[in-house]
Design a protein around this ligand. Structure first.
Ligand code: AMP
Length: 402
């Protein structure tokens, strides 16, 4: 079965076409600046070539149409016709409490996704637009929704509830939902596949450290806590997001700086995190470079970031009553030996000890802890697209059986 995986952002669209027989990627690409002047498509056919197409893409439907044309193009294409796409898997950011697993997309499912818009006003609308556009262009192809929040729906009530008046949870759905679920699920399952261990018997902390970043405490193969919350703003400091703060800072800032709700939201989401502290960049490569040149604020940003991640690992070990494995994934987690080593410094009392030689690796599945230490520490590159394609295949296969 060939599965097309679609991830629609507000002005972008990422896609992959996978052959699920061997889980190979046939084509991968990114449409950018959708609805804006200068839209373009970067398309890569594995084993063939990379191309950049400059074409007007006034909306997501037009972008998907161009993607489908390229996929079936006589020269550039990887399939002869659209009949060779048997299913489409869509990444959907917020599934609220309605979706604890991936689901076949029906009109009722789209309505439920629409009800989640107020929880993810920036993310869910483009996800839904992408689904509608695909439905119009491929009306007979089954589609599956895979939610970033779904994996965390197993969190116990005491984990997801906020210490606010309980009525606000009932009335407005204010609770911890968590994100990056597809990534946390993939790397934890992959740990089981690589090592042959039963992850249902393990206590795992998964560290997704990218531009957005979150940790998950995974016990019995299920998420029991995660650092992101009602929105992706909670938890770790990130590239541009503040993460956890004294909540009183928000009203204090609004008053002192005369900020509107939008302005304070922008400050917390776009101007804070390691960018805010360093004043250099939200990109960890730039910050690491600035540190090498002696920039003290860049060093402070890294020190703060690593300190927070280290504290979360310790608190999740306490939350689960033990720890068997730590997984590092996403941009920084996969590519920065320094980040992994520094985060783990001082965690020897938990049984975490990094082997500096094994840790000198980027983007490759590797056991990086010292031999014989209590906690296995792994680098496992994430693959959210493959996870989406796997879920899609399972659901669509079941459909044909029924
Ligand atoms: P992601 O959101 O998973 O794409 O991760 C993006 C983040 O990973 C950015 O902040 C990058 O700076 C960081 N990153 C990617 N490659 C490296 C690298 N070689 N060293 C340090 N950080 C990196």
């Amino acid at each position: 079965m060939n599965v097309l995986v679609i991830n629609c952002g507000s002005s972008s669209l990422k896609y992959q076409l996978l052959n699920m027989q061997d889980e190979s990627v046939l084509a991968i690409g990114l449409a950018e600046r959708i609805g804006i002047e200068g839209s373009q498509l970067k398309h890569e056919t594995l084993g063939k070539q990379k191309i950049v197409l400059q074409k007007p893409m006034p909306n997501h439907k037009e972008a998907i149409k161009i993607v489908l044309e390229v996929l079936t193009d006589k020269e550039l294409g990887v399939i002869a016709s659209l009949d060779e796409i048997q299913a489409v898997g869509h990444r959907v950011v917020h599934g609220g409490e309605k979706f604890a697993s991936s689901v076949l997309i029906t009109e009722e499912v789209i309505e439920a996704m629409e009800e989640c818009i107020e929880l993810a006003p920036l993310h869910n609308p483009p996800n839904i637009i992408g689904i509608r556009a695909c439905q119009e262009l491929m009306p007979n192809v089954p589609m599956v929704g895979v939610f970033d929040t779904a994996f965390h729906q197993t969190m116990p009530e005491y984990s997801y509830i906020y210490p606010l008046p309980y009525e606000l949870y009932k009335e407005l759905g204010i609770r911890k939902y968590g994100f990056h679920g597809t990534s946390h699920k993939y790397v934890s399952q992959r740990l089981g596949e690589i090592t042959g261990q039963d992850i249902k018997k393990m206590k795992i902390v998964s560290c997704h450290l990218g531009n957005g970043a979150s940790l998950a405490a995974i016990q019995n193969g299920q998420s029991m806590d995660t650092s992101m919350g009602l929105t992706p703003l909670e938890g770790l400091a990130m590239g541009t997001r503040s993460g956890n703060l004294d909540p009183a800072i928000i009203t204090f800032l609004m008053e002192k700086k005369n900020l509107s709700i939008d302005e304070v939201n922008n400050l917390m989401n776009k101007e804070s995190g390691v960018l805010g502290i360093s004043g250099v960049s939200s990109d960890f490569r730039d910050i690491e470079d600035a540190v090498k040149q002696g920039n003290k604020r860049a060093q402070l940003a890294l020190d703060k970031y690593y300190f927070i991640v280290r504290k979360y690992i310790g608190s999740y070990a306490a939350a689960m009553g033990g720890l068997d494995a730590v997984i590092f994934t996403a941009g920084l987690g996969e590519n920065s030996p320094d980040a992994r080593a520094t985060i783990c410094e001082g965690l020897e009392f938990l049984g975490i000890e990094i082997d500096p030689v094994k840790n000198n690796v980027r983007g490759k599945e590797t056991l990086i802890s010292k031999e014989g230490t209590k906690v296995q520490v792994y680098l496992i590159p994430t693959n959210e697209e493959l996870m989406i394609a796997r879920d899609t295949e399972i659901i669509v296969k079941d459909l044909t059986k029924a």
